[in-house]
Design a protein around this ligand. Structure first.
Ligand code: NAP
Length: 342
């Protein structure tokens, strides 16, 4: 029996920018059971450079469809720009291959739904979405404390997602689709609840932004059970990459731990370092997430965040974007989760 269990899967990576390159490194140097055999990027030279230190024999494809359908590519990893995800994921499903897709699954709920439908039509879970926060030890501990009833029923969440700065192509809606999307996924998972409405409020703007980006934004969410959530999205906060989450319950409050750093006492001051890079803040979560995906491919059973999770997050994100325009509380109406994803 055991000799039939696959030991290594061959992965083809589409998009070798920041996270694509990081996942290539992680799959090759940190994790077990995966080999990067193919890469593709709009810039073929970048793809070649990204994979060279890890597998100089990996094939560089200039045609993404050829990579997806290549006979030695067993699993596809989509780490290109969000706008390209739906097309590549749908093609991987068509090819009957497992696919890891970085968030967002697609940039519209409609495209996410197409993926959900195609996956169900094939009768097998093939897609895992790159929502890594449920793999983070801090969020897992928060969930455990809530589930054990240590704070009583959760009543409110205060959260913040702060980046030191973003590029000039980052616009207001990306505060939702690129940034808040992580909270939309993880807070629902944390509370085992669904959202019913969203409102986005714009406080006074920072001078460190540009004309196409209103920053910061305050997102107010309400869940089915009446829990109220506020998330501050502030992507030019200058001082660090800072993720906060406090759940207020009937009997206590539980908060995400600070990433561990040494404390330095020097020159009459007490210092703690604040991380600047998302890669460092969630490095362990990315490792656990990707190993879980690889194991799922090897054992033919994916259990991580599904395309349904990607779809639900996209539906909530669309309500937030609508509220950015109207300023009003917008309803979030989610269809019932099919058994396929339960
Ligand atoms: P990035 O550095 O800009 O990398 C994206 C790469 O994909 C670039 O090399 C880009 O090339 C390439 N690309 C764009 N369109 C393509 C296409 N049609 N075919 C092949 N390659 C294409 O961005 P990133 O930060 O790595 O982000 C990539 C994705 O990962 C995004 O969806 C992002 O939201 C997600 N992400 C997730 C996390 C997380 O915490 N889970 C963290 C970071 C990023 P050009 O630059 O030449 O267009």
């Amino acid at each position: 029996m055991s000799q039939n269990i696959k030991k290594v899967i061959n992965i083809g990576v589409i998009g070798t920018g920041a996270i694509g390159e990081d996942h290539i490194r992680r799959c090759t140097q940190t994790l077990t059971g995966a080999k990067i055999v193919a890469v593709n990027d709009i810039d073929a030279e970048r793809a070649k450079k990204a994979v060279a230190p890890y597998n100089s024999e990996a094939k560089v494809y200039t045609n993404v469809y050829e990579l997806i359908h290549a006979s030695d590519v067993e699993v596809v990893m989509v780490t290109s720009w969000g706008q390209t995800h739906a097309e590549f994921v749908l093609e991987a499903i068509k090819a009957g291959k497992y696919v890891f897709c970085e968030k967002p699954l697609a940039t519209t709920a409609e495209d996410c739904k197409k993926i959900v439908d195609a996956e169900q039509a094939g009768g097998k879970r093939l897609v895992q979405v790159g929502f890594m926060r449920p793999y983070d030890s801090g969020y897992r501990e928060l969930r455990r404390v809530i589930e054990e009833g240590k704070i009583g029923q959760p009543l409110m969440i205060h959260a913040a997602h702060r980046n030191p700065r973003v590029g000039s192509n980052y616009v207001t809606s990306m505060g939702i689709t690129d940034t808040l999307i992580h909270e939309l996924d993880v807070l629902r998972w944390l509370l085992n609840d669904d959202y019913v409405s969203a409102q986005v409020i714009f406080p006074r703007q920072t001078q460190c932004t540009h004309e196409k980006l209103r920053d910061p934004q305050l997102v107010l969410l309400e869940t089915k059970s009446g829990i109220r959530i506020d998330v501050e999205v502030f992507v030019n906060c200058q001082y660090g990459y800072d993720i906060q989450c406090s759940v207020v319950g009937e009997k206590g409050i539980v908060s995400l731990p600070e990433p561990s750093t040494v404390t330095l006492r020097s020159e009459a001051k007490l210092y703690n370092t604040i991380l600047m890079d998302w890669k460092d803040r969630f490095i362990e979560a990315y490792d656990v997430e990707m190993q879980d995906f690889i194991n799922g491919c090897l054992t033919n059973k994916l259990v991580g965040p599904s395309s349904w999770n990607g779809y639900v997050a996209a539906v909530a994100a669309e309500a937030c974007i609508k509220s950015q325009e109207t300023g009003k509380v917008e309803p979030i109406t989610l269809p019932v989760c099919p058994n396929f994803y339960k």
